[in-house]
Design a protein. Structure first.
Length: 256
């Protein structure tokens, strides 16, 4: 999707976009920049909760995915990846209704391919070019885990027929690899106003590049049910808006 179209799409789906635009970043390809001076405390982006994918909501992944979780236990990032594919495919939620059209549209904001992408999705030939043996080992382990997930899904896919009218083939290894790459490279930890923390993939917020010294805050407002990015300092015109991201690329938790 063209850079200018991302925020337009979000706005059409109910998000509130402040003085922001997407432009070339001097350090990280594309980035998000201010188009006007921003005062400390000013809201830069509000994204309705219904447009995001968060760990409290991964339970609505299909009954077939639930069967895989029951049988082998999915890591958090694996369950989120499966739920992401459900959204892309228009899967059904826990009440049997189809996932809303707005959330499916948001998946178009994700890259269709990741170039160069996380190292674990590289070919064996390119992996051999990595100078760090520990990194190479972690990449091979991640690839193997996605391959096992693919095998388990295909093995268990027909054991629990869905109660809804949805009937699809099991996702391919390539689809799972894309979804895992999207989740592990773009999801972040959100904090609610009452201190609760969970992992979320939030359209628009994931466009911000990482900076440990970020001058914005990221949280969810329980009252408005929105994810909010707010300036934590005065920002001049043309400043890149970055976020201190906490990824789940090295998961340790499993879904309940």
């Amino acid at each position: 999707m063209p850079a200018d179209g991302a925020f337009r799409l979000l706005s059409s789906l109910g998000a509130t976009v402040g003085s922001l635009s997407i432009n070339v970043s001097p350090t990280a390809g594309r980035g998000v920049f201010t188009t006007a001076a921003v005062a400390n405390g000013e809201t830069l982006l509000r994204v309705p909760k219904r447009l995001a994918l968060a760990t409290p909501e991964i339970a609505w992944a299909s009954e077939r995915i639930s069967a895989v979780n029951d049988a082998v236990g999915l890591h958090e990032h694996e369950a989120m990846a499966c739920a992401l594919l459900e959204r892309c495919d228009g899967g059904a939620d826990e009440t049997g209704r189809h996932a809303c059209q707005a959330t499916r549209k948001c998946t178009r904001l994700l890259p269709s391919i990741f170039v160069p992408g996380p190292a674990w999705i590289w070919s064996d030939e390119h992996l051999e070019l990595l100078a760090s043996p520990p990194l190479k080992a972690r990449c091979r382990a991640r690839r193997a885990s996605v391959q096992r997930l693919s095998e388990n899904i295909h093995r268990l896919w027909h054991r629990r027929p869905p109660s809804t009218c949805v009937s699809r083939a099991a996702p391919s290894y390539g689809s799972l690899a894309w979804a895992v790459a999207a989740v592990t490279s773009r999801a972040m930890v959100a904090a609610t106003s009452n201190g609760r923390r969970f992992t979320a993939l939030v359209p628009g917020c994931d466009l911000l590049n990482h900076d440990a010294t970020s001058a914005v805050t990221f949280m969810i407002d329980d009252e408005s049910d929105e994810y909010i990015i707010r300036a934590a300092a005065d920002l001049p015109v043309g400043a890149e808006v970055t976020l201190s991201l906490i990824h789940i690329s090295e998961p340790t938790r499993r879904t309940p």
